[in-house]
Structure formats: structure tokens, C-alpha cells
Design a protein around this ligand. Sequence first.
Ligand code: GDP
Ligand code: IMO
Ligand code: MG
Length: 429
Amino acid sequence: MKKYNSIAIVGTQWGDEGKGKITNYFASRADYVVRYQGGGNAGHSIIYNNERFGLHLLPSGIFNTNVKNVLSNGVVIDLKGLLNEIEGLKKAGIVDISLFISDRAHIVFPYHKEIDALQEENRKSTIGTTKQGIGPAYTDKVARIGIRIIDLYDDDYLKEKLQENIEEKNRIFKAMKIDKKIDFEETYKFALEAREKIKHYVVDSSLLVFKALEKRKKVLFEGAQGILLCLDHGTYPFVTSSSPTSSSIPLNVGIPSYSISQTIGVTKAYVTRVGKGAFPTEFENEISKKIREVGKEYGTTTGRARRIGWFDVTLIKHAKRVSGLTGISITLLDVLTGIKELKIGINYTIGEHILESIPASERIYNDVKVNYVILPGWNENISKVKSFYDLPKNAKKYLEAIENYTGVPVVQFSVGPKKEQTINIENIW
Ligand code: GDP
Ligand code: IMO
Ligand code: MG
């Protein structure tokens, strides 16, 4: 079997684990960074030249001029959002953008976002989506009525498909007595303008990435969201509409199943969640408020306050099984400084029964009881440490406990939002 030079970066919890920061860290040594799923729902914060950038669609390799950044077939692309993002970077002086967009990627049109918002408004139990049109765009893809990047360059086909789609959406609005009408001419005009602006980025990205792997180029696959938000293996229905697992990469990029050499699970030193859904280790008190403020736990895409919970071992065991993890990178360890006692949820029980995995039913999951171990915290400022050995004793013990309970080696940790605040325990690349 071929051994390619690739790493998948996946979030192991409910998103916002610091994937952007870690991808940007590895990107300085990479040739390619490939986003393989999701769309503008992602919000990846990166500090570059002391400035904070929030990337939604652009891969986190974009700050490295030597890196080729790819949006593969599995991504859904909001053209307006993408063009705004490119413009924003250019305004900040980042003009040398090396971007490749799959000709097979599906497009998120403004109507997908409007439908997303309307669906949320009309749901008895809301999901708490980012309203970026993700669900409706993937729905159209699965229903085989989606419009792909390649379709932008076939006038007759584009016109016919867009007209058909818009008429269908308008019929649904009318039937549901929703006072909304999507304007075909406006949408079509925008599509024609956007296609000119992106045409030099469009490629067969499956071929591009495959050739790169074959040439033993260093390829990073950047996940969006987290394993627990996976459409198949997450906490359904409070999930996103794609699969962030590393097992979804071959399909979502168009490369062989043996393409992933390592999978690094980016894992917060505690847990956060935005939007609705069960969250067994969630707590709300002075400590969670402190974590929220110190960790700046507010959504990059929506600005919503993130819910806070203690470290949950069962989530990582789940991620290890459904996605495969060769190592974990613990982020935001510095945020726990000054907390007297740190809790780690080691398993779940229902009644007398210890669970081996996460229940499929959200209702049952809501009722699990978490068993915790309590570890002593530390007070020393760790934001400048340069090695595992520099950490205070109790911080070392915390990382060791995570490794022992999850059964996954902690290969890296992070003590601040900057790239330099990333410490390898093992040599990864
Ligand atoms: P992503 O969606 O997984 O890329 O994560 P987000 O960017 O949405 O959220 C992670 C947040 O934590 C961002 O504000 C990062 O700047 C910040 N961050 C990442 N790593 C660290 C760390 O080790 N310490 C601290 N204090 N902040 C971090
Ligand atoms: P990154 O890549 C955290 C959540 C939403 C909602 C659910 C469905 O920054 O980690 P969607 O808009 O995808 O239909 O929303 O998924 N969600 C995220 N939560 N981080 C993300 O991305 C998320 N992307 C979607 O809050 O609960
Ligand atoms: Mg995020």
C-alpha cells in the first residue's frame, strides 16, 4: 500500500477546537491545504502578523505563500462569502493567494441562506444553525438539483437549472404562505459576475490532490466542525449536514481510501458547544464564565456565546473509533490556569449501566449521568512554555490523564492563540 505524506486535522468535539490555528501551524511545512467539507458555517480564527483573521471558506494555509489551498468537491461554496473573504485578505495586504476550487463543488446561493433562516424560524425545536445555507445546499446536492461550480460556465444549463430551482423554492414559499419571492434575474446576474471572478481558481481538484500525493508532496486536510457534529456519527439531529471525519476525506476529495497517513484530533482542554443539543459535561457557574471570557468563547461565525463543559473522555473515544486518531493536539490549555480543581468526565452511566458508547438517541443522551475524576489545577502562567517539561506538575498530570483515559497519544499542546504557542510532544511532520 502507498504511504502518502498527509495529515488530516479533525475536530474531535463539537467544533471550535482550534483547527484553524493548528492547520496554520502545520501549513508552514505543507505544500497543500485542502478543505474537504462544510462551508461558510466554519469559523477558523488565526493570528497572523498580530492580527486576528476569521476564515470561513478559505483554507487555513492561505497565509503561507508556498501553500496551494484547495476547496474540494465536498465543500459547499457561498460565492459571495468567498469573494468577500478574498477581498478582506487583500485589504489586509495578503494579495498572494494560491487557491484552487473544485469544478464539482456545489454552490450555496443566497436563497439557501434564506431557506436556512426560515426553516429555523419555523422549527418547533430549532437546531441553532449558523444560517449559512449549509443544510439547504447539501439537501439540493443529495436531491440532484444542486448547481456546481462547473455549471457556472455552461450558459444554457445554468439558466435552466437556476430557473428551475428558484421556481421550485418560490412554489414552496407560496404553498407555505411565506411572504418571500426569490428573484431569478438578480441571482443569475450575480452568478455571471462571480464566475468571472473565480474562473482562474477552478480545477479538477481530485486530479490535483492525487498528483500531489503521488509526488509525495505534504498535504494537509483541514476539517471543519467536529466529529460530534457529523451527519452520520454526531448527535443527530443537532449536527451539521456533512461529515467532518477523516474517513470522509477520500470521498470528499476524490482520492484513494489509503490517502490519510496520520489523523490529528484537535481537542480543547475542556469542551464547548454552540447551538442546541445534548451536552453531558456542560456546567454554568463562575468557572464556566471565567473560561468563556479567558478563552474568548464566542462564535467566529455568529458571535454566539459558546456553552462550556468539562473535558469528556467519551467524546474522544468516539472520535477515535469513527474517524481514527493517530494523536491528539490539546488546545487552550492555558485557559484552565487558575482553576483550583479540574474535572474530567471519564464515562457515562444510565442507572447502574456503564455505557460503552454515545447513545444514538438524543433523548437518551440527554439523560446520561457523567462520572468524573477530579484533578488539582495549577496557577502558573503557562503561555510561554516551550516544552512539555516546562509545564507545572499538575498541567503535565492533566495531559497524562487525558492520554491515559482516551487511549490516544497527546502529541501536541497549545498554550495561546499564536502559532508560536504550539508545542510538540512528539515530532509529527
Ligand atoms: P476552529 O473553528 O476549530 O478553528 O476554532 P475557532 O477559531 O472557532 O475557536 C478557537 C479559538 O481559540 C480561537 O479564538 C483561537 O484564536 C483560540 N485559540 C486556539 N488555540 C488556543 C490556545 O491554545 N489558547 C488560547 N487561549 N486560545 C486559543
Ligand atoms: P468550526 O469549523 C461550531 C453547529 C451550529 C449548529 C449545527 C448546525 O468553526 O468548528 P449548520 O449551520 O452547520 O447547519 O449548523 O452545527 N456548527 C458549528 N459549531 N463550530 C463550527 O465550525 C460549526 N459549524 C456548524 O452551531 O449547532
Ligand atoms: Mg470555529
